[in-house]
Structure formats: C-alpha cells, structure tokens
Design a protein around this ligand. Structure first.
Ligand SMILES: Nc1ccn([C@@H]2O[C@H](COP(=O)(O)OP(=O)(O)OP(=O)(O)O)[C@@H](O)[C@H]2O)c(=O)n1
Ligand SMILES: C[C@](O)(CO)[C@H](O)COP(=O)(O)O
Length: 440
C-alpha cells in the first residue's frame, strides 16, 4: 500500500508504527512494581498486549516499547518485546520512559525517529498508534479500525465508548479531603464518550503536536492527558471509532480482577469456575557478621546503601535480607538454594558473571530462575533481626527496590532481639524470608 508523499505527489510506502507506553509505576494498583510487570492470569500485563498484537491481520512495521527506567523492570519487559520480535519478525525497540505519560509518549516518538532514521519513512505516509500497556486486553478489531480510519485520511483517530453513568459536574472549590462535594449540574451524557487507546495519527501530525506543546506553560501541557487533546488544541479534527469494553485501563485492583475474569471466561481451556491453584511456600535464612572496625566496608541491606554504618562481611555485598529472599524463592519452587545456583562458598563461583553482583541483582536473577522453572511468584515476606540500621524510615524505599527486583510484592520488617545473642550484641544480622509461588 502507498500514499502520496508530502508535497511531492509521488507515492511512498505507507508505514505503521505502534508506540506502547508501559513506563507507569502502577501506584493505584498497589503491587509495589511497575504496572506492566504485574501478573494478569500468570503473565505480565505487557505480555497480553503482545498476545493481541500477534492476532493482528494488519501488522506494524515497527513497535516502540516505552519501559520503566529501573534495570530489572526494563530487562524483563524488554525481553518480552524481543520474544515478540523473534516470533513475528516485527522490529521492536525499547526505550526508557518519562515521569509522566506524555513524557513517555515523547520518549517513544524520539525512539521512533532514531529507529527509522536511515529508512525511507515519510512522516505524512506513516500511521503511528499510541497505546497504553494498561489497556492490555484491547481486541485487535480496535487497532484495525483506528489504522483503517487514519489510512483513509483522518489525521487523528481515537476509540471511545458511550458513557453509561449519569455524569455530574461538581464545584471545583471543595476543600481537599472533603467528605462531600457540591453538585453544580448534571451533564447530558448522550454526546459524551469515554476515550481509550490505541489512538492513531499521522506521524507528521504528532511531530507538529509535540512542537505545539513545547511552547506551552507546564500546567497547560500537563492538562493535555492524551495526544488527541493536543490535536484538538491545534484545531485538528479528531475522529472517533468504536472502542471496546475490553479496552478498559487496568488501573485499580478491581480492574485486574475483572480482566482475570474475562480471560478465564474467554479461554476455552479454562473451566468457567475459578480453578484453585495451591501455592507453594518456601523459607530462607541468611546471617552475616559486621566487618571489624579496622576493616571499613559499605553497609548494603535490603537493597539499600546505608551511609555511615559499618558493613557486613561476606563474599558479596553481604545483603542478608536479599539473600534470604533468594533462598526462600528457590525453596518455594523446590529448586535448591543459593549455593546451587550462585556457588556454594563464593557467590559467583558457579556463575562468574555474577561475581560482585549486589543482593538486589541476585534476587532479580533468582526470580528469573524460578519463573523459568514454570512458577509465578505471589509474594515474599522477610524480617531481619539486628540492632542497626534503624529500618522504619526507609521501609517503603527498600520494599520498592526488592519488589522491583522480584517483580512481586516483598514486605520487609525488622526487629531487635532484646539484647540477646549475636544480633543483640550487634555482631551481625540474621534475616528470615518466606516466599509464596504457584505452578503455572
Ligand atoms: N510516566 C508514565 C506514566 C504512565 N505511563 C503509561 O501510561 C499508561 C496510562 O497510565 P496509567 O494507567 O495511569 O498508569 P500508571 O501511571 O502506571 O498508574 P498510576 O497512576 O496508578 O501510577 C500506562 O500504560 C502507563 O504505563 C507511562 O508510560 N509513563
Ligand atoms: C490516554 C488515556 O488512556 C485515554 O483515556 C488517558 O487519558 C490516560 O490518562 P492517565 O491519567 O495518564 O492514565
């Protein structure tokens, strides 16, 4: 297929690119990890996006994945993209996202420029779809309709559903955290639409759109929550095609449950009643002594660096909390322990590439191994006993790091031992972890 090239009148090949924004933190889902990694029916949310793309009869010439910036999330999700590329032959390029959705879209557009810099892609003849990874179950018909409308000449196309609730506008000045708000009016809903993704545009329009936002005040630019709004602001006509109830944005825990229910219902292999999957529980311990005062060492514990405190001895960084978590994961999956996978005496003996790996890196690798053995990871809980460091103020930070490494929630607690034993005397730290996994 070809379309007239901009200004030349000569035909140039029509191209299609898809930008999947998957860099969001998933705060409202509350799973302690970027949303695209959260498991839906046993696989990361982003994997379901690729399932739908695999069904497309009108394929893309390139897919740009915009991913969370932390190494573990980026590596895991990038691997999904590479798997899709290997299966379909569609080039997939990953790039780190921004602090906001629009920043991530911009990063995706920049990556698209880089990816096709040496190819004969004409901005006027290229259709770019921008899609939320969070709308993972969007059926292929929605993609197809958006592509078809753009390729038929509409510069900006969004899928949307009619609004089914009665909509009220409230007074904007309600005090924050007020228990009640004041209704100003009921908005007639017949002409209202709830907008979804993928949203489709000519690449040329998107290039102009992001130039348009560059000149805006930050607040005004932040208020533009999707790319179609930028087109509207530029006076470009935006067209609507039929969206789908399945294209709902997985935002809250109940959205995830609805998506699980849909997949269970839709899959002929799945029984219509929820299947009971018995979890497997594992346990792991680790002990490290504090290094003698005359041998200064950095303290790394629970994936964090603790400045001004003497570190723990050990072949690695001595992160007893992360190591206990590794053993709990291996134990839950019944696949041995830290020694089996990383070397019995010296971490890295068995796998030289892991020499010097931090506790968090080993934990990410342990999670990868357990998943490769066919397990999903439910959660971990770990407690350490020690007089120092004072843990409470950094709990959330540590849970974020270790949950990110595992790709599942990790709850961390700490206690002292009432002055008893080696932990009570401040000679070392003991950590005990439990893990829950389930066979996929
Ligand atoms: N900095 C960001 C923020 C959001 N997104 C993406 O934009 C889409 C819509 O965002 P939303 O569903 O609100 O995701 P989160 O930002 O992850 O959710 P929350 O606000 O609950 O953290 C998602 O696919 C998300 O990954 C992104 O790529 N980069
Ligand atoms: C693009 C979008 O999904 C269309 O409904 C929506 O605007 C994204 O909003 P968010 O607040 O960034 O999730």
């Amino acid at each position: 297929m070809s379309r007239p090239g901009a200004g030349t009148g000569s035909p140039v090949p029509a191209r299609r690119a898809l930008i999947v924004v998957a860099a969001g933190s998933g705060e409202r889902l509350g799973r302690g990890m970027p949303k695209a990694r959260v498991h839906l029916a046993g696989r990361p949310i982003l994997a379901h996006v690729f399932d739908r793309l695999g069904e497309l009869t009108v394929p893309f010439d390139a897919v740009i994945l915009v991913l969370p910036r932390d190494d573990a999330s980026f590596a895991e999700l990038d691997a999904l993209g590479r798997g899709f590329s290997a299966d379909t032959g569609v080039p997939v390029h990953s790039t780190p996202g921004g602090d906001s959705r629009s920043g991530s879209v911009r990063a995706g557009l920049d990556e698209l420029e880089r990816a096709v810099a040496h190819a004969d892609w004409s901005p006027a003849a290229t259709t770019v779809l921008i899609h939320d990874a969070a709308r993972a179950l969007t059926p292929q018909e929605v993609y197809a309709q958006v592509i078809s409308a753009v390729e038929s000449g509409a510069p900006a196309v969004v899928p949307a559903r009619p609004v089914t609730d009665t909509i009220k506008r409230v007074h904007p000045d309600a005090p924050q955290h007020a228990q009640t708000e004041r209704v100003v009016e009921t908005v007639p809903r017949a002409a209202l639409r709830a907008v979804q993704t993928p949203q489709g545009f000519t690449w040329e329009l998107l290039q102009r759109a992001f130039e348009h936002t560059r000149g805006m005040a930050e607040d005004d630019a932040e208020a533009l929550t999707d790319e179609a709004m930028i087109a509207e602001d530029m006076g470009v006509e935006v067209s609507i095609v039929a969206g789908s109830d399945l294209a709902v944005k997985i935002t809250t825990p109940s959205d995830l449950i609805s998506a699980e229910a849909h997949l269970a219902h839709a899959s002929p292999e799945q029984p219509s009643m929820p299947q009971v999957v018995l979890p497997r529980v594992g346990i792991g311990h680790d002990v490290h002594a504090f290094a003698p005062a005359e041998e200064p060492r950095e303290l790394w514990l629970a994936g964090l660096f603790w400045p001004d405190l003497q570190g723990l001895t050990g072949h690695s960084d001595g992160d007893a909390v992360a190591h206990a978590c590794c053993d709990a994961l291996f134990s839950a999956a019944g696949v041995g322990d830290l020694g089996v996978h990383f070397g019995a005496d010296t971490i890295g003996t068995a796998r030289p590439e892991l020499r010097g790996a931090s506790g968090a890196q080993l934990l990410a690798e342990a999670a990868r191994i357990v998943r490769a053995e066919g397990f999903g990871i439910g959660s971990l809980a770990v407690q350490f006993i020690g007089r120092r460091p004072k843990f409470g103020p950094r709990r959330a930070e540590a849970e974020k790091v270790l949950s990110g490494a595992v790709g599942a929630p990790v709850a961390i607690s700490a206690t002292t031992s009432d002055g008893l034993g080696f932990t009570g005397r401040g000679e070392g730290i003991l950590a005990t972890a439990t893990a829950v996994v389930y066979q996929l």
